[in-house]
Write a protein that binds this ligand. Structure first.
Ligand code: ATP
Ligand code: MG
Length: 772
């Protein structure tokens, strides 16, 4: 064998090698966590190119996050060089956008369609429900959105939904659904579920389009197959083809683990993995059994927990790593105590040289649990990064700015247009908006066209003042659009938007400290835009295999406004997970859902309380409980060497202290694997009983106050810093303040410490730092 091929398979076990070398028929690789499924997928691509003379342009691989896609591309590029660029490696959504941009006309859409996220989609649903006179209490947009999304995940269109509707709610939903789709098309927009559903529609309705993609993609690979829903499953089937257009079906390889299926709420179903052999009758299945990630103790705990789930295929994972450390379990008096434990333990591990900050991940069940960790990490100067949570792109000012840009890129984008119509305030009130909207409805024109009609006095009942205000707005937008047409950079356009709309001036004039941080966020957005222009993500020149016409980019040109907006809409939580090398070492905080597919030497899984994890919803529902248990399995199996499980006796929720019982998942782990560092009162063990076992709730209360990390904040003097100040920190050295937020005891500063990274610190008294 040539050396390059040997290098691709020599360090694989027999089963992995079989999966990499398998040729001809559909292949399913099923295996537990950490058994090398993703590794097999990547190696298989490289092997196809290196050994089987496959052209990279014939390969389509689907991963769960854009980040995973980028990593996979990079790894394949390491193996086969620049040729890797011609592959399509992306998420389902990005892949569909790419197809839809090219084929939009067939679906009656423009190729520069907007992509509506959950918030945009709810706004549109609110408008639709209002126009249909639905009671917002009975039919809140959120509920409508869940129902419509479920229908789309099942590929049910509005007409079919109406036919199938069996009760009042379903009839209403179908009615809203039909109108919502009409408005989306009118706004030249698609929501996230449409991206998948309409691609399926395209491939099913246009055999020539389907044939083009069949000819093009001969090798289709899908990671995390257990999390595909029905629409995604069908999409894969359509891409692979059934051989009825004269082309044999593409070679399909999917990898997954039914025990890690954690997206049932988005319609994911393990049916797709369980019935793979039925769906693809000549399929081959490969099982992987060796885990290369975790110690035996971690693996035994994971296996023990997941084995409680009913109706699953038992698999026995083993590891050659040895037993390793015991799993550390901790019971905090309250959530602050729990977070304190985590922070101190990280400090101890780092000081003793056992780990770096970047080796550590902290998981929780829901995003709001990150706050307590953040407070303590900031106080202790422990650098960290939260993945997800209140996302940058969800902040009000960022959404406003992006809405302006979207209006410039796609004039028909009604949701964005109405969002900024009176932001900042320019005298176009709700009544005027309603008049314009009614006109648009009656004349069946877009909202943008109705606005223009208003400037010509064609919209009835509009008072002259509103008409003047609308004329001003239309002129403003036209003027800004000329910037785009003149080919200005995205950053320049954005700057002009903030300037000419008066958005920036309004924030500058405000003395609300919140507005100061809004300005900083907008500056950050300009920086993002500038970086985008300087290093646009040039789509690989679509160098298709010989004889096949390349997929031309009818979509946005590299570096264009539309390309920028597309990138911003497809950002997912997991895409912002820092790479250990880039961050200079920060601890990563994220939800269990986001952690899928990742691995860390040290993992803290927190909030192990009945009602938190497993989630409240699951306590009385066996189906939900099984899903939570899979989530526990995912969490535990992210750890390579050290695993910590913790809970708090008292935790505040909605401003009230709540006493939560221990998570039932604790009891599912063999007790001899657990090293209880500290026990709560109801979990007394003989050796520790004298210390912790006999506490009354009163003394818990007392110690809660003693150990409360927030003690003294209110009166602590804080270091006063502003942007541009230079500082010297005992641990991180010299730095420059790049942002400051909050006041008094809550003041924080974000400081660029050069090679030590950019760190956000709380400026309470005692921070080991001086202003220079
Ligand atoms: P998950 O179910 O969590 O997605 P996975 O099955 O995809 O896990 P990988 O992430 O591919 O597993 O592999 C887990 C770890 O084991 C990775 O660090 C990978 O590099 C390593 N690994 C996989 N196979 C081998 C092997 N044959 N030899 C050495 N290390 C391996
Ligand atoms: Mg994986």
């Amino acid at each position: 064998r040539p050396a390059r091929v040997a290098a691709l398979i020599d360090d694989l076990n027999d089963q992995q090698r079989r999966a990499v070398e398998h040729a001809g028929t559909p292949l399913l690789v099923v295996a537990g966590a950490g058994s090398g499924k993703t590794r097999v997928l990547t190696r298989r691509i490289a092997y196809l190119l290196a050994e089987r003379d496959v052209h990279p342009g014939q390969v389509m691989a689907i991963t769960f996050t854009n980040k995973a896609a980028a990593e996979m591309k990079e790894r394949v590029a390491d193996l086969v060089g620049r040729r890797a660029n011609a592959m399509w490696v992306s998420t389902f959504h990005s892949m569909c956008v790419r197809v839809l941009r090219r084929e939009a006309k067939s679906l009656g859409m423009g190729s520069s369609f907007s992509i509506y996220d959950a918030d945009d989609s709810r706004r549109l649903l609110t408008l639709v429900a209002r126009d249909l006179d639905l009671d917002p209490k009975r039919y809140p947009a959120r509920t409508l959105s869940v129902h419509i999304s479920n229908l789309k995940n099942e590929l049910v269109d509005a007409e079919t939904a109406a036919q199938n509707a069996g009760n009042d709610l379903e009839r209403r939903v179908a009615e809203v659904y039909a109108e919502y789709q009409r408005r989306l098309t009118q706004a030249n927009a698609m929501d996230f579920d449409d991206l998948i559903m309409r691609t399926v529609e395209l491939l099913q309705a246009f055999p020539d389009v389907a044939e083009y993609y069949h000819r093009r993609f001969r090798y289709v690979l899908v990671d995390e197959y257990q999390d595909t829903n029905h629409a995604q499953y069908t999409l894969v089937r359509e891409l692979v083809g059934k051989g009825n257009d004269g082309l044999p079906p593409a070679e399909l390889c999917v990898v997954g683990d039914a025990d890690q299926s954690i997206y049932a709420f988005r319609g994911a179903t393990i049916r797709n993995i369980v019935e793979f052999e039925r769906d693809y009758p000549n399929a081959t299945t490969v099982l992987l059994e060796q885990n290369y990630r975790s110690t035996q103790n971690i693996l035994t705990a994971a296996n023990a927990v997941i084995s409680r789930n009913p109706n699953r295929r038992d698999k026995r994972l083993w590891t050659a790593m040895g037993d390793g450390e015991k799993i550390v379990a901790y019971v905090g008096d309250n959530e602050h105590d729990e977070a304190n434990f985590v922070a101190n333990e990280i400090d101890r591990l780092v000081d003793s040289g056992a780990a770096n900050n970047s080796d550590v991940a902290v998981f929780y069940r829901t995003n709001n649990q990150s706050r307590v960790f953040e407070e303590i990490f900031i106080r202790l100067g422990l650098p960290y990064r939260v993945v997800g949570g209140v996302r940058f792109y969800e902040r009000r000012e960022i959404r406003d700015a992006l809405a302006y840009l979207r209006v410039l890129a796609n004039p028909d984008d009604t949701v964005s247009l109405r969002r900024v119509l009176n932001v900042p305030k320019r005298g176009i009130g709700d009544r005027a908006e309603a008049c314009v909207s009614a006109y648009a409805d009656r004349e069946r024109v877009s909202f943008a066209a109705a606005l223009r009609a208003a400037t010509e006095g064609k919209v009835p009942l509009l008072n002259p003042r509103s008409q003047r205000a609308i004329s001003g707005f239309v002129e403003l937008v036209d003027g800004l659009r000329r910037f785009v047409d003149d080919g200005q950079d995205v950053a320049e356009v954005l700057d002009a938007v903030l300037e000419q709309t008066g958005y920036r001036a309004e924030l500058e004039a405000s003395d609300d400290p919140q507005d100061a941080s809004r300005l900083e966020n907008l500056n950050e957005l300009i920086t993002v835009a500038r970086e985008f222009t300087e290093a646009p993500e040039v789509m690989a020149p679509d160098d298709a295999p010989e004889g096949i016409e390349p997929v031309e980019q009818t979509g946005p040109a590299a570096g264009s406004l539309a390309a920028f907006l597309e990138r911003v809409s497809l950002v997912a939580d997991a895409d912002s997970i820092p790479d250990a090398e880039d961050t200079g070492g920060v601890v990563t905080l994220m939800t269990l859902h986001t952690a899928k597919g990742l691995e860390y030497p040290v993992v803290f899984s927190t909030g192990w309380e009945d009602g938190i994890f497993p989630h409240m919803r699951a306590l009385s529902d066996p189906v939900e409980l099984a899903e939570e248990r899979r989530l526990a399995y995912v969490g535990i199996t992210r750890a390579r060497e050290r695993l910590y499980l913790s809970r708090a006796i008292v935790r505040s929720a909605w401003g009230q202290p709540m006493t939560n019982p221990a998570s039932r998942f604790f009891d599912e782990i063999p007790p001899d694997l657990l090293d209880w560092r500290r026990l709560g009162p109801e979990r007394s063990m003989p050796t520790r009983a004298t210390t912790w076992g006999s506490r009354s709730s009163e003394s818990v209360q007392a110690s809660r106050q003693r150990s409360s990390p927030t003690r003294g904040w209110q009166d602590a003097p804080s270091l006063s810093l502003s942007v541009g100040d230079r500082v010297n920190h005992d641990k991180y050295g010299l730095g420059t303040v790049i942002a400051s937020e909050g006041q008094g005891a809550r003041a924080t500063a974000t400081i660029d410490f050069g090679t030590s990274g950019t760190i956000r610190l709380m400026l309470i008294g005692g921070v080991p730092m001086v202003k220079l």
